[in-house]
Design a protein around this ligand. Structure first.
Ligand code: ADP
Length: 219
């Protein structure tokens, strides 16, 4: 999938005052391309990722997914599009405490109406979790939990992956392993991806790095 952000600005209203979190940001991510976004805290990275994923609407500018303008979709269509096309990975794994590993993935299959679940088993094996299928999240290490979260984001084969500091809860070795697995899977399946990160240790796993500072993009 090709993701285009076209002259995106975002202004947050806070009572009487306004804050410009993004200032005329444009970028394109092509199928198979993995883009890293770095920048100081408060520079607008999460805002940009939320806008790219249709979780937040820009004040001005357009988001295009394979040429389709997200603003042209109804709320219902947008939700369907998100479920079908976008995989989200967050800082913390956010697994459901009372579900076993294999059921964490199955739940997405059920919600998205995805019939084939053989990919789930394949993913868990790729990610070295084949012996963890019957375990609950509290029985896993931090790295294992994050690998389950990534497998869950990939299970319905979304064409766009959006990751917000996926290594934040991991030591540098585990963090790198997790991003490596994600990058390999994305390459193998021609997915486009954006990862917001503070972790210099994983930047070489990305194709391109852009810096955002005070809401403005610097390549
Ligand atoms: P980053 O992810 O780079 O830390 P964010 O995108 O979270 O940056 O935030 C960018 C700026 O916008 C920050 O100054 C933050 O305080 C502000 N901001 C974020 N969300 C809101 C909101 N809902 N209302 C008002 N200001 C916000």
């Amino acid at each position: 999938m090709t993701l285009v952000l076209n002259s995106i600005s975002k202004i947050y209203q806070d009572g009487m005052s306004e804050f410009k979190a993004l200032d005329n940001v444009s970028l394109e991510v092509k199928p198979g391309e993995f883009l890293a976004i770095v920048g100081p805290s408060g520079s607008g990275k999460s805002t940009m990722l939320s806008i790219a994923g249709g979780l937040l609407t820009p004040t001005t500018g357009d988001v295009l997914l394979d040429g389709e303008n997200m603003a042209s979709l109804s709320k219902k269509q947008l939700t369907a599009k998100r479920l079908e096309s976008i995989g989200f990975v967050f800082q913390a794994a956010n697994l459901i405490p009372y579900l076993k590993v294999k059921d964490q993935l199955q739940v997405i299959n059920v919600i998205s109406g995805n019939k084939a679940d053989s990919y789930g088993a394949e993913l868990l094996e790729h990610f070295g979790l084949e012996n963890r299928m019957a375990n609950y999240p509290n029985e896993l290490s931090g790295g294992e939990r994050q690998r389950v979260a990534i497998a869950r984001a990939l299970i319905n084969d979304p064409k766009l992956i959006l990751a917000d500091e996926p290594t934040a809860s991991l030591d540098s070795k585990r963090g790198r392993q997790v991003v490596e697995l994600l990058a390999n899977e994305m390459k193998a399946r021609g997915k486009a991806g954006i990862m917001v990160t503070h972790d210099e240790n994983v930047l070489d796993l990305c194709d391109r790095v852009v810096t955002i500072r005070d809401g403005k993009l610097e390549e």
